[in-house]
Design a protein around this ligand. Structure first.
Ligand SMILES: CC(C)(COP(=O)(O)OP(=O)(O)OC[C@H]1O[C@@H](n2cnc3c(N)ncnc32)[C@H](O)[C@@H]1OP(=O)(O)O)[C@@H](O)C(=O)NCCC(=O)NCCS
Length: 144
């Protein structure tokens, strides 16, 4: 398997279809992005959507958002998921390393992410790549 990590540049039906397969593996209750939403995602200069490919196959995705706060430039990694058939071969690690590298290149001083405690593989992956677990409460206000 030769994995390439690429930046998604066009909101194609193929990309939408790949996300329709991958995102439910992250959380089956997540909405599948429409093509219109994908266009908005890829047009947003703060967001980079990375795609892991093996030839024509899309094996996984991850998104990096780089944003400015009054204190510094921060990056947040979102929506990391690898197809169940391609796990355990370093695809997730390659995606997260690419996210970190992109954050570094964009000047971010810190990279954050959130992962549910029940996500065993993810909670092994992130510390392996240098992420430290923070003692902080995560809050969410749902406006939908
Ligand atoms: C978390 C997730 C992205 C990891 O993806 P992955 O491609 O399997 O990740 P990796 O292959 O880099 O690492 C997984 C394991 O394979 C091992 N591995 C990596 N390359 C390997 C290789 N060539 N040979 C054997 N084992 C290998 C890693 O050491 C790791 O071992 P561990 O599970 O004991 O820690 C994937 O499990 C997933 O999509 N889970 C569901 C969604 C999810 O939880 N996403 C995270 C949201 S925060």
């Amino acid at each position: 398997m030769t994995v390439r990590i690429e930046t998604a540049t066009h909101a194609t039906p193929e990309l939408r279809d790949a996300l329709a397969v991958l995102l439910p593996q992250l959380n089956p209750s997540l909405p599948i992005p429409s093509l219109e939403h994908l266009v908005a995602v890829l047009a947003d200069p703060a967001v980079t959507l990375l795609v892991a490919r093996d030839g024509p196959l899309t094996l996984g995705v991850a998104a990096v958002v780089v944003y400015v706060t009054p204190i510094w430039l921060k990056a947040r990694i979102e929506d990391v998921v690898v197809d169940s058939a391609a796990r355990g071969r370093g695809v997730g690690e390659a995606l997260v390393r690419a996210c970190i590298e992109l954050a570094r290149r964009r000047g971010a001083g810190i990279v954050e992410l959130q992962s549910a405690r029940s996500r065993d593989a993810a909670n092994r992956l992130y510390p392996r790549l240098g992420f430290a677990l923070r003692d902080s409460n995560v809050y969410r206000l749902n406006l939908l």
